[in-house]
Design a protein. Structure first.
Length: 489
């Protein structure tokens, strides 16, 4: 295979002239190209069995319309294809996107505001930033207009869904904070690029409503808020994992997007990161620093979600932008833990959720639990053992590499890429893995290739091996789906 050849040094891509004087070594160039080949393979599977549909189902070699029939894998992949100079693939994708009407849902589904903001609106804006084709911005505006019905609430916080065909909000008004706080980058960028301030107002009203909500812990936000009343549901949990994650991310990233011109976001980010450090960071008995969950009853869960592995990258970015060296120390410790969650398994892939046990707890476990749920000598083991091609750990490795220049992050990323090639690659595309401890079977696949695999996982891996001026962090900020937005200077 390609990767075997690479490991044995058999492939001899010539390093192109434009990279000759860069810090890109030939090893990095080969690795970067291997990721590009993987992207081509994922795309070819999508093209063959899911062209124009939302997602490829690579095991059954079929497709789905899970997101409302907006060809979401294609829209989410545009800037990845562009960045990797997969020109034929990019051109054919763009021609198809030109035909999509984002003012309706052909499948007549209610579309999810959060997902379509980060994937569809974010994807079109990211591609527009790299390409400047007005068609892409027009499509982004169409998505923005369709999603905007969700903001028709007394507080300006959105509902969870939109009925695009009936032009109305839909779904629940008890929303999670990730839904409330992961639209600001996209709608503000749309406002800047179109010159239409109404889009920025949607973002600001949602920000204001969150700020007004009463909270128990300074800097930490309960998981749910009510879009009708603006009240937080204070009985819920506190986490930087599922349902909360990108809310925290966008505090810092709004500050970056505006090039530091809106200091309130910096203050909110600093307050939140201090609270996260005080309340959610713990160290395991064997010395692994991790991010757990504070439950409503005040107890603490010694488990970390794969999703929370974006947080070390966020801390590293904040450390650089806001000159907070202590945050970088913590970011590196947490990144080591996230990487260890991959390295501990027999596939080299990281589980959806992992946890820590003390020596005492390990001893007390029954034989059944020991067999079915392995924990290693460090007391670390999977809680949910599947891997669905998620990006957060490689995202963190990419940012840490850019911030520190430490090549260990490239080595870790390469090991993860090799594990993906070995265990997630199928004949047409890539599939999730149902048990990261099972390396022996071909029946170990989940029949889904999520669009974030192309949008994020492969993109961050590619950038990890690229020269640092390819999508420089001085010029761009990534939305939570890895779409690059130019910093507004
Ligand atoms: C992506 O859609 C985004 O990264 C989001 O912030 C979290 N979930 C997935 C990837 O795991």
């Amino acid at each position: 295979t390609l990767v075997d050849s690479l490991n044995h040094g058999e492939l001899s891509w010539a390093v192109p002239a434009r990279f000759e004087n860069s810090v890109l070594s030939s090893t990095n160039y080969k690795r970067q190209q291997a990721v590009r080949e993987a992207t081509r393979h994922a795309w070819a599977g999508y093209k063959k069995f899911a062209w124009g549909k939302d997602e490829l189902q690579p095991v059954s070699q079929s497709s789905n319309l899970r997101w409302g029939d907006w060809a979401i894998t294609m829209v989410d992949s545009l800037d990845t294809l562009k960045m990797m100079e997969l020109d034929d693939e990019y051109t054919e994708a763009k021609e198809f996107v030109r035909t999509i009407r984002f003012d309706r849902s052909p499948a007549d589904y209610k579309v999810q505001l959060f997902e379509m903001t980060i994937r569809a609106l974010g994807g079109l804006l990211g591609a527009y930033e790299l390409d400047q084709d007005p068609m892409l911005l027009e499509k982004a505006r169409q998505v923005g207009d369709s999603l905007a019905y969700a903001f028709d609430t007394p507080t300006g916080l959105p509902t969870t869904e939109v009925d695009v065909n009936r032009k109305s909000k839909d779904g629940k008004t008890r929303i999670c904070i990730a839904e409330a706080g992961t639209l600001q980058l996209e709608f503000k960028k749309l406002a800047q690029l179109t010159g239409d301030t109404k889009y920025a107002k949607y973002a600001e009203r949602a920000n204001d409503a969150i700020e007004k909500g009463q909270r128990e812990h300074k800097g930490l936000y309960p998981m749910h808020i009510n879009a009708d009343t603006g009240l937080f549901d204070i009985s819920t949990e506190y986490t930087v994992g599922a349902m909360a994650d990108s809310f925290y991310e966008y505090l810092l990233k709004q500050h970056i997007l505006h090039n530091g011109k809106e200091p309130k976001f910096m203050e909110q980010y600093i307050t939140s990161s201090e609270a996260v450090k005080a309340k959610l960071v713990r160290k395991s008995e064997s010395g692994f620093t991790f991010l757990g969950k504070l439950r409503g009853d005040g107890s603490f869960e010694n488990e970390m979600e794969h999703l929370a592995c974006f947080y070390p990258g966020l801390l590293a970015l904040g450390a650089q932008v806001l000159d907070r060296p202590q945050d970088l120390v913590l970011a590196e410790e947490l990144a080591r833990t996230c990487y260890a969650s991959y390295a501990m398994t027999s596939t080299g892939l990281g589980p959806e959720k992992f946890g820590f046990k003390t020596k005492e707890e390990l001893k007390a476990r029954s034989q059944y639990l020991r067999d079915s749920n392995p924990f290693n000598d460090d007391g670390m083991g999977a809680v949910f053992g599947h891997y669905i091609l998620r990006p957060e750990t490689v995202e963190t490795l990419f940012i840490l590499y850019r911030v520190t220049g430490d090549t260990k992050y490239q080595e870790w990323g390469w090991n993860i890429f090799l594990a993906i090639e070995k265990h997630a690659k199928v004949e047409f595309g890539y599939a999730g893995v149902s048990n990261v401890y099972r390396s022996d079977s071909t029946t170990n696949h989940i029949d889904a290739m999520e669009s974030f695999f192309l949008a994020e996982t492969l993109k961050y891996l590619y950038l990890l091996f690229s020269p640092t001026d390819v999508i420089s962090l001085d010029e761009y900020v990534f939305n939570t789906e890895a779409h690059p937005f130019r910093i507004i200077k």
